[in-house]
Design a protein around this ligand. Structure first.
Ligand code: F6P
Length: 326
């Protein structure tokens, strides 16, 4: 195998708080290991267009606390084509890049896997997504910050819900996954949590709301993951209102606010550790893997597994949430 002397680092897909901390760790560990490090702008788009940035120690100063990504990010359609991927590979070669660290979610890893396999090129991935839906890591970079953002919002909405005797349907992100909904729902004391992994029974939800009212509850919060099978929060609220007028209802969609902001301590430490591990893993000959953490230990998960298998939802936590919301 060709010795690794120069590496590239990119962020791709939805931004996530902690991506900057991961970039910093990759750059500084790379420099410490006597590698040259290039940043690739706008993920695979920048790889195709050939937009690279020499990274020095100072390039990553004062970014560990910043949300977003200094390398910017994109979801590249062109990279899915043979032509796009070939341009990207030519640019990697012309820059003399020997290996790549790709930070992102499942789309990022699918791209990394395709490029790595087609051109026999060493790539490792770091799990950077607020959704926490990747198989092979207990937590993804950005998830902790996102759920902390959600509970701040939920706490505030509860003030209004309680003051006006209202029921709020709060939509959180998660196209295919309910992990943001599950944890923020438990931490926010939600009356119910609707997730894509568990079919939503609206009649059961309505019966619970009516029972809550009989038990003298005057307000409530229902957390709805955007990918719930009954629809987003607006749709669920509409359907509930059709059959039940027990409460005055309001809908709040938190949206992209969940992706921004300064990363929490948990996310900064996770991103720093995984970034450090990524460079050392590449130099140890690892390739085609996502680097995650399971039970506080570094784990190497083949891209194929990380993307094909969704992390399993802990249904007993959902059951607990129902008991605690009585
Ligand atoms: O992948 C992270 C995620 O935040 C999803 O939860 C959400 O559905 C999606 O990104 C939204 O992405 P976009 O930035 O394209 O609107």
């Amino acid at each position: 195998m060709k010795p690794i002397k120069k590496i590239g680092v990119l962020t791709s897909g939805g931004d996530a708080p902690g991506m900057n901390a991961a970039i910093r760790a990759v750059v500084r560990t790379g420099l410490y290991r006597k590698l040259e490090v290039l940043g690739v702008m706008r993920g695979y788009e920048g790889l195709i267009e050939g937009v690279f940035l020499e990274m020095h120690n100072s390039s990553v100063a004062n970014i560990i606390q910043r949300g977003g990504t200094i390398l910017k990010t994109a979801r590249s359609e062109e990279f899915r084509t043979d032509e796009g991927m070939s341009k990207a590979y030519q640019n990697l070669m012309s820059q003399g890049i020997d290996a790549l660290v790709a930070i992102g979610g499942d789309g990022t890893f699918r791209g990394a896997m395709a490029l790595g396999e087609k051109y026999d090129f060493p790539i490792v991935g770091l799990p950077g997504t607020i959704d926490n839906d990747l198989y092979g890591t207990d937590f993804t970079i950005g998830y902790d910050t996102a759920i902390n953002t959600v509970i701040q919002v939920v706490d505030k909405l509860r003030d209004t819900a309680a003051s006006h005797n209202r029921l709020f349907f709060v939509e959180v992100m998660g196209r295919d996954a309910g992990f943001i909904a599950l944890r923020s729902g438990i931490a926010g004391g939600a009356e119910d949590i609707l997730v894509p992994e568990d079919p939503t029974d609206l009649d059961k939800l309505i019966a619970k709301l009516q029972n809550d009212r009989r038990e003298n509850k005057t307000s409530g919060i229902i957390i709805v993951a955007e990918g719930d099978d009954q629809g987003g929060a607006l749709e669920v609220a509409r359907k509930v209102k059709e059959k039940c007028d027990t409460y005055e209802t309001r809908v709040s969609i938190i949206g992209h606010m969940q992706r921004g902001g300064s990363p929490t301590c948990m996310d900064r430490v996770l991103a720093s550790t995984l970034g450090y591990d990524a460079v050392n893993a590449l130099l140890d000959g690892q390739r085609g893997v996502m680097i995650g953490q399971i039970n506080k230990k570094t784990a190497f998960i083949p891209f194929e597994k990380a993307t094909k298998h969704h992390q399993e939802m802990n249904k007993s936590m959902l059951a607990m949430a129902h008991v605690l919301s009585l």
